[in-house]
Design a protein around this ligand. Structure first.
Ligand code: AMP
Ligand code: ZN
Length: 113
C-alpha cells in the first residue's frame, strides 16, 4: 500500500519516534508548527475519521491514553496542548492515514486558521 505513514510504521521511511507500542506510534512532525509537534497514529490503515468503525475503538482509546502519558512526561500537561484531526480537503488533510496532531510549547490561537 502506498501510504507514507504505513511505511513509517514498517520502518521503510525513517522518523523520529517519541513513543511506540503494538498499537500506536507517536513521532515528530517533519514540518513542526509549534515547539512540540508530534503525530499520533494507529498501527492500522484507516484513511480518515469517516471510515472509523466500532472495531477501531481500542486504537482510539489507546491513542489518547498514550498522548496523555507522553504529554505528562514531557511536562506539557499543566500548560496545555492541542490535539487536531484534519479530515479531507477543507481541513487540509494531506496524508490519508488517520493521525492526531499534538501541538504544544506555545500559546495556540483560537479559532484556528
Ligand atoms: P495533515 O495535513 O493533517 O494530513 O498532516 C500531515 C502531516 O504529516 C503534516 O503536518 C506533515 O508535515 C507531516 N508529514 C508528512 N510526511 C512526514 C514524514 N515523513 N515524517 C513526519 N511527518 C510527516
Ligand atoms: Zn497507512
Amino acid at each position: 500500500m502506498d501510504c507514507i505513514f504505513c511505511k513509517i510504521i514498517n520502518k521503510e521511511i525513517p522518523s523520529k519516534i517519541i513513543y511506540e507500542d503494538d498499537n500506536i506510534l507517536i513521532f515528530e512532525d517533519i514540518n513542526p508548527q509549534a515547539p512540540f509537534h508530534a503525530l499520533a497514529i494507529p498501527k492500522i490503515h484507516v484513511p480518515t475519521v469517516l471510515e472509523l468503525k466500532a472495531e477501531h475503538s481500542n486504537y482510539l482509546f489507546k491513542a489518547f491514553e498514550t498522548i496523555s502519558k507522553v504529554m505528562k512526561e514531557k511536562g506539557y500537561s499543566e500548560d496545555g496542548f492541542r490535539v487536531v484531526l484534519n479530515t479531507n480537503r477543507a481541513a487540509g488533510q494531506t496524508v490519508f492515514h488517520i493521525h492526531f496532531h499534538v501541538l504544544a510549547g506555545r500559546l495556540l490561537m483560537w479559532p484556528p486558521g
